[in-house]
Structure formats: C-alpha cells, structure tokens
Write a protein that binds this ligand. Structure first.
Ligand code: AMP
Length: 214
C-alpha cells in the first residue's frame, strides 16, 4: 500500500495550469475543482488527494503538514519567506514578473517615495538593496488605483501582459523578479514519505520538461 499524499492547490491559474502537469502521472480530480464546493478532492490515484486553499495559504498548509505538497507562486514564497519548505521543482507555469510600476513620467529619484503594494516585504528588500528607504502602504487589491488618486508614487505588482497597467495609464518602471509557480514540499513528509514523493518529483519534472519542449 503506497503512502497517501495530500497536495494543496489554489483555484485559478495555478489549478488550471497544474492539472495538465499531473495528468501524465495518472492524477486527475474525480470532480471538477473549478466548480466543486468540496475543499478536499479525491483523485484517480487513490493515494493522492487535493485540497483547495487560498494561494497565500498554500505555504502555511504545507509548512505545518496540513498538506505534504503544494503549488505556490514564487511571489508568495518571496513575500512569506518560504520557511519550513523544500522548493524542489520550478513548474514553469503562471509566469509573470514582479515590477515597480507608476505613471510613465514618474520621477522616483532623489526623494523618499510612497509605494503601495501587497508585497511589502519584497518591496522593502528591493529598495533597501538600492540603499533607499520608502514609505510602504499595504493594500490587498486594485493597486493600480493608488498612483491615480495620489495615494502612492508607485506600486509593486505582478505584471503579465501589461494590459492592466496600460488600461490605467501606468507603465512598468523597474523589474524586481521573474515569477513562476513552484512545487513545495513539507520537510517532514520529504523524509517520512520519501518512497512516494521522490518518484513523483521526478515525474513532475518530466512533465515540466515536456511542457517546455525540452
Ligand atoms: P496583465 O494585465 O496581463 O499584466 O496582468 C496583471 C494582473 O493580473 C495583475 O492584477 C496581477 O496581479 C495579475 N496577474 C498576472 N499574472 C499573474 C500570475 N502569474 N499570478 C497571479 N496574478 C497574476
């Protein structure tokens, strides 16, 4: 009897783009996670179940053993520190960039600026590495609004196509990090369930390579 494994995923991009990577391993949810209200979903592999949690909660579930494995955005891991987790596979999905953005004519040099973001830790580290102190304003969404109403000089947000910035008259100003989703593993599970997890990591890495055409 193989060891049962719990995998934490969040709805949206991560769920949609992780499913095709798991399919070649024979892991498919028995009900549609996008529409199901169940938060624990059995899969076609009787030893693997999925749990559906908020994207920012995935590292917490995995670090404390509520799940053995999870898929988390690098943005979330950078912001939260990724403590208590292994991060063995870059899944190459949900790609985007973490950027400083603002009005195209924004002059951010030579003065202390205000930056609105939900990524306060990453933002503080980014500007500190340049020897700059900034005033941080924590927001939970619609960051693009902040420079438009004078709440902040700049924002730090995820940018994919740049359409959201453009639609609000903003432009990318400075890249901070390339982002993609990572497979994360509970450190205890990696030891105790090594026989189940090790081959799974190998097969997921093969799926990722096939996806990338390598
Ligand atoms: P875009 O307009 O394509 O540049 O997308 C930007 C919006 O989508 C922002 O509100 C981002 O927070 C969100 N976004 C883009 N890519 C991602 C991603 N990989 N993960 C989470 N949110 C994203």
């Amino acid at each position: 009897m193989a060891e049962p494994l719990t995998l934490a995923l969040s709805k949206g991009r991560i769920l949609e783009q992780t499913m095709p990577l798991l399919k070649p391993l024979g892991i498919e949810p028995l009900e549609d996670p996008a529409t199901s209200r169940n938060l624990v979903l059995p899969t076609s592999d009787p030893n693997v179940r999925l749990i559906i949690v908020r994207a920012t909660d995935v590292p917490t579930y995995v670090a404390y053993g509520g799940a053995d494995l999870g898929v988390a955005g690098k943005d979330v891991l950078l912001e939260q520190g990724g403590h208590g987790l292994y991060e063995p596979v870059d899944l190459g999905i949900a790609r985007c960039r973490l950027m400083v953005a603002g009005r195209p004519d924004a002059d951010l040099e030579g003065r202390r600026i205000r930056v609105a973001t939900k990524f306060v830790n990453v933002t503080r580290r980014h500007f500190a590495a340049q020897g700059r102190q900034v005033d941080l304003i924590k927001l939970y969404g619609s960051m693009e609004l902040a420079p438009l109403v004078g709440l902040a000089d700049a924002i730090v947000d995820l940018v994919d196509t740049g359409n959201t910035l453009r639609a609000n008259g903003l432009a990318p100003l400075e890249p901070i990090a390339d982002i993609s989703a990572r497979l994360v593993v509970n450190k205890g599970s990696m030891k105790l369930k090594h026989r189940a997890i090790k081959p799974m990591l190998g097969k997921i890495a093969e799926s990722v390579d096939r996806n990338a055409g390598r």
